[in-house]
Design a protein around this ligand. Sequence first.
Ligand code: GDP
Length: 195
Amino acid sequence: MQVHEVELTISAVKAEQYPATNYPEIALVGRSNVGKSSLTNVLINRKNYAHTSSQPGKTQTLNFYEVEHQLYFVDVPGYGYAKVSKKQREQFGKMIEHYLTEREQLRGVVQLIDGRHAPTEDDVMMYQWLTYYQIPTLVVATKIDKVKSSAYTKSISSITKGLGLDQSVPLVLFSTQTKRGAQEVWDWIEKQTGV
Ligand code: GDP
């Protein structure tokens, strides 16, 4: 999809604030600093609309980006919330869990994993959780420009093994620098949302 219009509709701290439209939604999840804002900016064709995080884990809101008046991207704050209290983390964890399991408009989740490293424990937990709830998932390996092309296979196998990736779950290698993978990510989103 060629994106011209995008708007941050709401940074929600509670479910009552979620948009009351029936647009399909795609959530993006990943550890802080994995490249989630950067990926979002590439998908929506903007340089710096979704904020790249200077303070990892600080934002405790679900950010709904309305795209082309057709769908929402829902930015779920990075897990591994280093800078927040245990209580805040628990409260926010519940909100995310509720959103991902109860939101009727949700059509799929893009899970970002740093393409340079094996998945972390948090990554594995998140993936298992999405699988348990049978939420359609796309795994994106980020920052792939930092991996030599001769090591792509190794990177793919490390993510596949590390997560215990099901064969039915697609894995895309992505880079904001080269835009590699952007079309594949959009293709998946279009398939999931029917836009
Ligand atoms: P977020 O916390 O997940 O939203 O991560 P950001 O999008 O803010 O990215 C974290 C850092 O990684 C920033 O310095 C980005 O410039 C950098 N980054 C993100 N994606 C890529 C990529 O594909 N290639 C390279 N080389 N750097 C990236």
